[in-house]
Design a binder for this molecule. Structure first.
Ligand SMILES: NC(=O)c1ccc[n+]([C@@H]2O[C@H](COP(=O)([O-])OP(=O)(O)OC[C@H]3O[C@@H](n4cnc5c(N)ncnc54)[C@H](O)[C@@H]3O)[C@@H](O)[C@H]2O)c1
Length: 316
């Protein structure tokens, strides 16, 4: 049975990957629980095939222990917040870029040379005029978070050539689903829970992005890990559906059954510095490998909202 390491496995995406792999793999999770939670892994803690290690990707000792006997590393641990990367650029660099370099170095020295990395399809390309954006587009990040993802990809490329690594870089759209406690849907839910009569929306509501349901993202990761067996492979991962922030606000309000909510827009084409007004990534490569999204984005938002209600209570 293959043994895999999932860094960030207590987080939103990582824990869904654990759910999917645990029946067929030995799964080791390495997570410092900075944004993740053991609640996301509660159903697995007594499983003999599951091991949890609390610690950082930047700790050589911890990573060495976590990596023993591992075939593939799914590297999902990160500081995932674009806004924080603007406020604290060097800290973001240390967690995301330096942390990943330390992980890659332990991998190299331990002869573990397969990595699937959670990159970002919107933020590495920045505000390109090529829409939908193919993988060949030059990186022009407008956020430090995107710059960090791009820098890590450069190292995945060089490690593939120099040290025979197989690396898959999942250039993910905005992923949504249960256990998501950051991003636009969570922010809307929190705001409406405080006051359901007004929803303050950052920007003019015209920002339009690519989205993806979490289990579709996980299936893409596994398909690519199975099919791509050498070199550096960047692949866009998105549903092909693009949605405006104003539409997301309407869906969230409807899903919560609210009838008298006013939506108020702060104005401006970006929600915050580093926010990209329009993203749409070209998924031809992923589709050519046999992947199809199964869950529509409106259904995905609905499931995300219902999970939030169950976890944190109804909005009245
Ligand atoms: N959610 C999305 O829409 C999206 C889109 C594109 C890319 N990504 C990337 O996917 C990955 C997972 O994102 P997520 O949305 O699940 O976020 P998340 O915050 O839920 O998960 C990140 C996990 O990493 C852990 N972590 C953070 N720093 C760590 C460190 N130094 N050492 C060990 N563990 C650490 C956190 O505790 C958390 O469990 C991230 O790399 C993120 O940048 C996410």
């Amino acid at each position: 049975m293959n043994r895999v390491l999932i860094t960030g496995g207590a987080g939103f995406l990582g824990s869904h990957l654990v759910d999917r792999l645990i029946d067929t793999h030995e799964v080791v999770v390495l997570d410092d629980l900075s944004t993740g939670s053991m609640d996301n892994l509660a159903v697995h803690v007594d499983n003999k095939r599951f091991t949890f290690i609390e610690g950082r990707i930047s700790s050589e000792t911890v990573v060495k222990a976590a990596i023993e006997g591992v075939h593939t590393v799914y590297h999902f641990a990160a500081q995932p917040d674009v806004r924080l990367s603007t406020e604290l650029p060097y800290w973001d660099f240390e967690v995301n870029v330096v942390g990943t370099m330390k992980l890659l170095e332990v991998m190299r020295k331990s002869d573990v040379n397969r990595v699937v990395f959670a990159s970002s399809g919107g933020t590495v390309y920045g505000e390109t005029e090529v829409l939908p954006t193919p993988e060949s587009t030059a990186f022009r990040p407008i956020s430090n978070y995107g710059a960090a993802k791009g820098a890590i990809e450069m190292y995945l490329s060089s490690y593939s050539t120099l040290y025979d690594f197989t690396s898959i870089s999942l250039r993910l759209a905005n992923v949504i689903g249960s256990r998501l406690v950051h991003g636009v849907i969570y922010d809307f839910y929190r705001s409406l829970k405080r006051d359901s009569t007004i929803l303050d929306v950052l920007g003019n509501g015209e920002q339009e992005k690519s989205y993806l349901y979490v289990t579709d993202a996980v299936e893409a990761a596994i398909l690519l890990a199975t099919n791509l067996q050498s070199g550096f492979n960047p692949v866009n991962v998105a549903s092909g559906e693009r949605l405006k922030v104003s539409r997301i606000a309407q869906i969230v309000i409807a899903e919560l059954g609210l009838l008298d909510t006013q939506i108020e827009y702060a104005g401006g084409e970006r929600g915050w510095p580093g926010d990209i007004a329009c993203t749409d990534i070209d998924t031809s490569l992923l589709i050519s490998l046999g992947w199809q999204p199964r869950v529509s984005i409106s259904k995905a938002i609905g499931r995300c909202v219902q999970w939030l209600v169950k976890k944190f209570g109804p909005v009245e």
